[in-house]
Design a protein around this ligand. Structure first.
Ligand code: NAP
Ligand code: GLV
Length: 330
């Protein structure tokens, strides 16, 4: 058997990942999907590949592998892998997504930075500095007077919500399923995080939110969720932080809401088209902070252990952890 690595790494990324994977999986045969020098070996061994480790694989790179049974994503979000247009994944293949506490912690840092920057008007000051403008301060609010709605209460959403509560914010979170557990605990915090679900739960949560942090997976149900109707459900002057996927936001609706003052500011890490085209209005909008999809990158140093442990489970005949439910889309 052999493991295929199919990714869009640059040269340094390939070198690092190959070294780490070889160290973590010393008894496995590893093949690179893209290596021209390995082309002959690759075609001879394609029939032996039963596992693939992928990060933005090229369309078609998982086809023609008759033994392929398990794909481990290096990304937390698997929307690109599941997109029908990509036609990447045979139906009978198990797909596990990346779940790494180090990544959750990085996401919590980004979310905390954004929420603090919005709450205290710090991002606005950064934008005004470009024009040498001494910005007017925002009316002062304590953290416990700021309500944050976290959309998505999974690995990322829960870690973010707990971190924000520990910082003193009032936090509610939204998930798909009816809440089995109605709250998320945050050790050491004065309050916990209330969980909401369903359309009514979302409306209630948004109606009271000063800041919305989106950490949903991209599925048919969440595509375009942050549209004019949803944004109109927020109190005037609210802020949006999108750390999930660009397609959650209807760009024209978000810009219209910013232009008319319904929204005060947006922090966007993910976009409908990435890299964000230079001509896009987001770049120059005074109420938009653009991040280049860096909220929680996969850290090879910790992620390689997650990959090796999940492959070991699979080899031992156990179900891999963090399998994607392909009917739900996440
Ligand atoms: P996860 O553990 O699968 O959690 C997903 C959460 O979203 C769950 O709470 C789920 O509800 C909820 N959800 C899904 N569909 C929903 C719907 N239709 N309505 C309401 N709630 C819904 O995923 P994760 O690890 O937290 O990652 C979330 C996303 O973050 C990824 O899919 C990816 O797009 C994004 N991400 C971005 C970056 C970045 O750098 N910007 C990095 C990593 C990940 P249930 O609890 O009921 O299942
Ligand atoms: C990054 O966006 C990821 O899904 O891991």
């Amino acid at each position: 058997v052999a493991i295929l690595v199919a990714a869009d790494f640059d040269a340094a990324g390939w070198a690092l990942w190959c070294r780490l994977l070889r160290e973590a999986l010393p008894d496995e045969r590893l093949l690179r999907a893209d290596d021209p020098s390995d082309a002959a070996a690759f075609s001879a061994e394609a029939a032996a590949i039963d596992v693939a480790v992928v990060a933005n694989p090229k369309p078609g790179s998982l086809h023609g592998l008759p033994r392929l049974r398990f794909v481990q994503s290096l990304w937390a979000g698997v929307d690109r892998l599941l997109a029908p247009a990509a036609g990447l994944l045979p139906d009978d293949v198990l797909l596990a997504r990346m779940v790494d506490p180090a990544m959750n912690a990085a996401m919590a840092e980004t979310a905390l930075w954004a929420v603090l920057g919005l709450h205290r008007g710090l991002l606005q000051c950064v934008h005004r500095q470009r024009d040498a403008v001494w910005a007017d301060p925002l009316p002062l609010r304590r953290a416990d007077e700021v309500r944050v709605a976290v959309l998505g209460a999974g690995q990322m959403g829960r870690t973010v919500a707990a971190r924000l509560v520990q910082q003193g914010y009032r936090v509610g979170a939204w998930r798909r399923g009816a809440a089995v557990d109605a709250t998320v605990d945050a050790p050491g915090a004065a309050t916990s995080v209330d969980l909401h679900h369903g359309a009514d739960g979302l409306a209630t949560l948004l109606a009271g939110a000063h800041i919305v942090v989106s950490l949903l997976p991209l599925t048919p149900a969440t595509d375009g969720l942050l549209d004019a109707r949803c944004l109109a459900g927020l109190p005037r002057g609210a802020c949006v932080v999108n750390l999930g996927r660009g397609a959650h936001v209807v760009d024209a609706d978000l810009l219209a809401a910013l232009d008319c003052g319904q929204l005060r500011h947006a922090v966007l890490d993910v976009f409908n088209v990435e890299p964000l085209p230079p001509s896009h209005r987001y770049w120059s909008h005074p109420a938009v902070t653009v991040l280049p999809h860096i909220a929680a990158p996969t850290d090879p140093r910790s992620a390689v252990g997650v990959v090796a442990a999940n492959i070991a489970r699979y080899r031992a005949g156990h179900a891999p952890l963090h399998l994607v439910d392909r009917t739900r889309g996440y």
